[in-house]
Design a protein around this ligand. Structure first.
Ligand code: AHM
Ligand code: MG
Length: 335
């Protein structure tokens, strides 16, 4: 069977788009190269001295691990040189990262979580890189936040690299979701999951249920629904929670299910939950929507939220369409 590489796939799709200039393909190719470098490093994590905390604290107030830092540096270094970006933003950097004058600039804005789930690295659990791409608004030069912050529905592309039992790339440009698996013998991502569709109703719910006491009534009712033998499925969903958003999301995308990270009413630092709108929720919401699923913050579609700041957090309920609709229905009842 002929194998389609991700580069071939990008070129074929580029041909179908009248807007295509090849610059966007270049952007994704640079991103793929960065991910291959990160994947190589993640693979040898147990062999070399890259595990453990550096002792530093990132912009979110969390301890940074060495691999987070490495992934962040690789992405910034490569993407600043891509020649197609006007600015970059990372979960690990408080401010926008500009393109030095020595490199050509472009029209795209890239935002990423360099190594999502990194608190699991020491236990050899799957981690991933989540990315989101926008075109800068016409109004400015693409170096001011106001030129760049846009709602998720404006994304040009989004996806993730999952460093799991194999390394995968899953992405959308707004015409379906496609998954590629890295063949390590040739160092290429090969099309393995064309046109991924998430089942309309899932069989898994994924949430950190230890926070039950800190949830509001709507969240408790929603989680109780998925556990109940009397739900519309007629039996409880299975609980699966890795604690790596990108890995939990990927499993639910393939098998059907819902991932929940609600607001924590106890913790004043987490009134909007833990996850970040721009580098986690929006890109996965775009992928999910393109696979036939949905994502809400309990009030409305994640993709319709106008961001106010770079590191804004948001409650996230994402996955199979009917399961997300159930959560929205319960939240609406409690308003
Ligand atoms: P990170 O981006 O710093 O790794 O944090 C986000 C991670 C998600 O991958 C995961 O879903 C969540 O934190 C788990 O949080 P908790 O331990 O509160 O359940
Ligand atoms: Mg993350």
């Amino acid at each position: 069977m002929p194998q389609i590489t991700v580069t071939e796939h990008l070129l074929l799709h580029q041909k179908e788009s009248p807007m295509a200039t090849g610059r966007f393909t270049r952007l994704l190719n640079e991103l793929i190269l960065a991910a291959k470098i990160i994947s190589r490093e993640v693979r040898k994590a147990g062999l070399v001295d890259v595990l453990g905390f550096t002792g530093e604290v990132n912009v979110q107030g969390e301890q940074v691990q060495k691999l987070d830092e490495y992934a962040n540096k690789v992405l910034i270094h490569r993407m600043q040189r891509a020649g197609v970006l006007c600015a970059i933003a990372s979960e690990e950097n408080a401010d926008l990262i500009l393109i030095p004058d020595t490199f050509p600039k472009g029209e795209y804005f890239l935002i990423f979580d360099p190594l999502d789930g990194s608190s699991n690295i020491d236990a050899n659990v799957n981690v991933g890189t989540i990315f989101s791409i926008y075109r800068a608004k016409d109004s400015g030069n693409g170096e001011r936040l106001s030129d760049l912050l846009q709602k998720g529905s404006e994304q040009v592309a989004a996806g993730y690299f999952l460093y799991g039992t194999s390394t995968m790339m899953v992405y959308t440009t707004g015409s379906g979701v496609h998954g590629f698996t890295m063949d390590p013998s040739v160092g290429e991502f090969l099309l393995s999951h064309p046109d991924i569709r998430i089942p309309e109703t899932g069989r898994v719910y994924s949430v950190n249920e230890a926070y039950w006491h800190y949830w509001d009534d709507a969240t408790r009712e929603a989680v109780a629904y998925f556990k109940s033998p009397d739900n519309t499925r007629g039996k409880p969903y299975s609980l699966r929670y890795i604690g790596s958003l990108v890995a939990d999301f990927h499993r639910n995308l393939l098998y059907g299910g819902i991932f929940l990270y609600p607001a924590d009413v106890r913790d004043p630092k987490k009134p909007a939950g833990k996850l970040r709108l721009l580098c986690e929720a929006s890109p996965l919401a775009f992928v999910c929507q393109q696979a036939g699923g949905a994502a809400t913050d309990g009030m409305g579609d994640i993709l319709d939220i106008e961001p106010q700041e770079l590191h804004q957090r948001v409650p996230l309920f994402i996955g199979s369409k009917n399961d997300v609709a159930k959560v929205s229905e319960i939240y609406a009842k409690h308003r």
